[in-house]
Design a binder for this molecule. Structure first.
Ligand code: G3H
Ligand code: 13P
Ligand code: ZN
Length: 322
């Protein structure tokens, strides 16, 4: 099937109590690892491209690689989405350039400015058959050039969410309930420790999510910053010359719970980066004489595939839903 929008995927996800994975793509191995996992598991998927990905790999290369994946995976719905678009122009360029979904992220702007810019993108996108994700509230962490220190994030306000959605006409909304971008989502001071001394992050604000869903029944909510930062990857990285002390993510059980509620799209990027980096660091240590990139990119691609397979089945619950 050709590239799809997220409309049907999200409707089914909402009704079925699961979420669709939205994975960031930056190169061929990542596209292949993700889509091979989704094809095998019969899972719908959102492949998303950030401004940084377009700057790194070039719009045309990314679109063509995603189109190749669509041809190779004819049985699963795939949407191509712009992640964190920060202007009307970048959204328009993706809408005109083959994307089926865009995000306009004006969450750092005042409420009225966020509404005005989101509305402008929605009008253009809908006139071209493309859907729009917007954002309200501020996540901690780093995304493109925006960096918000842990502790300076602000949770979405349910009463504002309702007004924002009705005034902009956006198709889905990213809200802030305590997730955070990157591999260092929380400071030690924000966490507690379990009996083994392992850091336990503060729980997500399910009360905010519930209140939003009550006000907007049936409306799809998006969670950004939802990597779990698997400690086995962090340990491998640190054991093979890396230095990632205190890397910490969102517990998988919390994401699973969000997926059964109104969250229909869960964004994962950092876990892909960790899977690749852990695999390659270990490979280089074990094979210091190897220099053919295919030798180390092959297991890295497999690690992405294995990690995504695990998420589809155990976190998102979208396996078998294509
Ligand atoms: O939310 C941000 C995503 O992880 C994309 O990161 O802007 O470095 O490509 P990037
Ligand atoms: P992570 O950094 O938690 O993977 O979040 C990715 C994301 O939200 C992309 O928009
Ligand atoms: Zn994000």
């Amino acid at each position: 099937m050709p590239l799809v929008t997220t409309t049907e995927m999200f409707k089914k996800a909402y009704e079925g109590g699961y979420a669709v994975g939205a994975f960031n793509v930056n190169n061929m191995e990542i596209v292949q690892g993700i889509t091979e996992a989704c094809q095998e598991q019969k899972a719908p998927v959102v492949l998303q491209v950030s401004k940084g990905a377009r700057a790194y790999a070039n719009h045309n290369y990314l679109v063509k690689m995603v189109q190749a994946a669509v041809e190779n995976c004819p049985e699963i719905p795939i949407a191509l989405h712009l992640d964190h678009g920060d202007s009307f122009e970048v959204c328009k360029s993706c809408i005109d350039g083959g994307f089926t979904s865009v995000m306009i992220d004006a969450s750092s702007k005042p409420f009225e400015e966020n509404i005005a810019l989101t509305k402008q993108v929605v009008e253009y996108a809908h006139a071209h058959g493309v859907v729009v994700e917007a954002e309200l509230g501020t996540l901690a962490g780093v995304e493109d050039e925006v960096c918000v220190e842990a502790g300076n994030e602000s949770y979405s306000r349910p009463e504002e969410v309702e007004e924002f959605v009705s005034r902009t006409g956006c198709d889905s909304l990213a809200i802030a309930i305590g997730t955070s971008h990157g591999a260092y989502k929380f400071t030690a001071a924000q966490c507690t420790r379990n009996e083994d001394g392992i850091l336990v992050p503060p729980p997500l604000r399910f009360d905010v999510l519930e209140e939003v869903s009550k006000r907007l029944p049936g409306f799809p909510i998006v969670l950004h910053g939802s990597s779990s930062v698997p400690q086995n990857f962090v340990d491998i990285i640190n054991a093979h010359g890396g230095k990632m002390p205190d890397a910490i993510g969102i517990p998988e059980e919390e994401l699973r719970k969000a997926a059964t509620m109104s969250v229909c799209k869960i964004n994962i990027d950092s876990d892909i980066r960790l899977a690749i980096t852990a695999t390659i660091r270990e490979y280089f240590d074990e094979h210091p004489d190897h220099f053919d990139p295919r030798q180390y990119l092959k297991p890295a691609r497999q690690a992405v595939k294995d990690m995504v397979t695990h998420k589809l089945i155990n976190v998102l619950g979208c396996n078998g839903k294509a």
